[in-house]
Write a protein that binds this ligand. Structure first.
Ligand code: SF4
Length: 180
């Protein structure tokens, strides 16, 4: 019997949401029975070669490569889930949204207190172009479900996966979504 396929990606995030998924601990064995892993940092697969049932998005979009990857996920994943504060709101990287991109780059590479000699703003053509601001995933593509938290707990991720794998919309109990 073919198993549902799961893909994950980290855009502009810290991989903490992926670490939280790994925190489901022994349930990883159940997960391995329930799904087939497709494109993901966990298996280092970098391309889709067939449709995927569930896509987990970590991180917001801060550059053109993020947008490209996110659109690929939308094209290939039947259900797309924004996982964590960075995907939902931009998170910590979106702190740069309060200044212009130019001001941010000048502070980081030329004028900031940690710059010791006149720095050069990276401009190698191989680098993805930075966007004017950091965008949440749902500003770029349609997102089907949202899982907040920084990171969402392992239990919240597990319950979300279990719901989706049984064809239900995730409806997590309050204790799993309460952050104090
Ligand atoms: S939501 Fe938190 S844990 Fe997840 S990628 Fe962003 S900063 Fe990291």
């Amino acid at each position: 019997m073919t198993r549902p396929r799961l893909a994950t990606c980290s855009l502009t995030g810290c991989f903490g949401c992926h670490m939280s998924l790994l925190d489901i601990d022994e349930r990883l064995l159940d997960l391995a029975d329930l799904v087939e892993l497709d494109r993901s940092p966990f298996d280092d697969k970098k391309r889709f070669d067939r449709p995927v049932d569930i896509g987990f998005i970590e991180g917001g979009c801060s550059n053109t490569h993020n947008v490209h990857v996110l659109r690929q996920f939308r094209t290939h994943c039947r259900t797309l889930v924004s996982v964590g504060a960075c995907a939902l709101y931009g998170g910590v990287p979106a702190m740069r949204n309060v200044v212009t991109l130019r001001a941010c780059l000048e502070e980081a590479y030329q004028n900031g207190p940690t710059v010791t000699c006149g720095g050069h703003i990276p401009d190698d053509p191989e680098l993805p172009l930075l966007l004017d601001r950091v965008y949440p995933a749902h500003d770029i593509v349609r997102i089907d479900h949202f899982l907040p938290g920084c990171p969402p707990s392992a239990d919240a991720i597990w319950e979300t996966l279990r719901a989706l794998l049984t064809g239900q919309a995730p409806d997590l109990p309050y204790p799993l979504l309460k952050y104090e």
